[in-house]
Design a protein around this ligand. Structure first.
Ligand SMILES: NC(=O)c1ccc[n+]([C@@H]2O[C@H](COP(=O)([O-])OP(=O)(O)OC[C@H]3O[C@@H](n4cnc5c(N)ncnc54)[C@H](O)[C@@H]3O)[C@@H](O)[C@H]2O)c1
Ligand SMILES: [Zn+2]
Length: 342
């Protein structure tokens, strides 16, 4: 069992990683909790015992259920079961469940404690850690939300045994990202250690920039660093009908960010090769899916919420990772064309 602290001032909390750690739930609930609302999904075969009376509420599956209506329904359930400010929510699921359950906890009675039990790899290394919660609007993803740090996070790697193949791949894409954020060699680590190391890297970034303050650069420890590989990934998720899971798109986005950094003479070919090796090592595609329209991708990347004049990428270089904005779209377009999307 590995414990990682997320050092966010008086809201600091522990992330526990290991097989069977969901059984620690009664120990990590804040003192005085008398009742617990468990938020989960139908198809998640994970039982938790809070050690106090609890009721479970099921969310629908997928992004289309990640709505304010789901939050309203949850809060009504909480009210009907008589949940008070000194009780707690426990979110048991992937990023969808921890985002929605966390946001409901952030707003119910102006904020009650939440413990996350992430059940996907992506949830463990990314979504459940760092305090971002929220839901989608018809106008876009994650447009409504709150920063609400959990009281604890239990990453029980035993529950990954039932995780579908595609969801493993999606988690691996985010995991691949962490290989490049620090100098660590994650490749040789067993799964539990690797999950814990990814959590520790995210925790360090989050601690330096808990609320993603505008105007900070990743070289100053900014949270935007966590978007490495994501500029193209977000465009790939929208463009065409390629049905890429988020992490699968991130894998391709990481390779693209390296290729772009090379075009801009920030890194050499060996470092690009290293990106390809790490991403391929997780069984993920490193090439752009066939038949993509480079102009469409450029336009989508221009609309990315982090773009303020020119295109914005987190890029590798001699000084490490940096948030680079104002990148000439023609340079990005030429790199896309070189990789098969003219
Ligand atoms: N808050 C953040 O910082 C943050 C970071 C990254 C992603 N996210 C959000 O996370 C969401 C994606 O999360 P995700 O990739 O975990 O997807 P998800 O939560 O939709 O889960 C994927 C699928 O796996 C199923 N599942 C989950 N655990 C399982 C298990 N142990 N066994 C069998 N099936 C299981 C789920 O029911 C679902 O069908 C997105 O909404 C994204 O916006 C948030
Ligand atoms: Zn991501």
């Amino acid at each position: 069992m590995i414990r990682v602290t997320v050092p966010v001032g008086d809201r600091a909390y522990e992330v526990v990683v290991g097989r069977g750690v969901r059984k620690l739930l009664p120990d990590v609930l804040p003192a005085g909790v008398r009742r617990v609302a468990i938020v989960t999904q139908d198809r998640i075969p994970v039982d938790v015992d809070a050690g106090v009376p609890s009721e479970a509420f099921l969310l629908g599956d997928g992004e289309q259920a990640k709505t304010l209506a789901s939050v309203a329904a949850l809060c009504s359930h909480f009210a009907r079961m008589g949940l008070t400010r000194t009780d707690a929510v426990v979110a048991v699921g992937g990023g969808m469940v921890t985002d929605v359950g966390g946001f409901a906890a952030a707003v119910y009675h102006r904020g009650i404690a939440v413990v996350h039990v992430p059940t996907t790899l992506l949830g463990m290394v990314d979504a459940a850690v760092g305090g971002k919660t929220g839901v989608n609007l018809p106008e876009g993803k994650n447009l409504v939300g709150a920063f609400w740090q959990p009281a604890a996070v239990l990453c029980d790697t035993e529950v990954l045994e039932t995780l579908p193949e595609r969801e493993w791949r999606s988690g691996y894409g985010e995991m691949a990202k962490y290989h490049f954020l620090t100098g660590d060699d994650l490749s040789a680590m067993p799964l539990d250690d690797r999950v814990a190391r990814c959590v520790a890297i995210k925790a360090a970034v989050v601690a330096g920039d808990e609320r993603e303050e505008p105007g900070r650069s990743p070289s100053q420890g900014g949270r935007a660093l966590l978007n490495y590989g994501h500029t193209l990934a977000h465009a790939l998720e929208i463009a065409g009908s390629h049905d890429l899971r988020h992490g699968e798109a991130v894998g391709i986005g990481l390779v693209f960010a390296a290729e772009l950094a090379q075009t801009l003479e920030r890194i050499g070919p060996e470092r690009v090769a290293q990106h390809r090796e790490v991403v391929a090592g997780y069984g993920l595609d490193t090439e752009l899916p066939p038949g993509l329209d480079g102009r469409e991708l450029l336009e989508l990347m221009g609309r990315d919420k982090k773009a303020l004049g020119g295109l914005t990428f987190v890029l590798d270089g001699a000084r490490g990772m940096e948030l680079v904005d104002g990148i000439d779209p023609r340079v990005v377009g030429a790199t896309l064309a070189r990789l098969g999307a003219p």
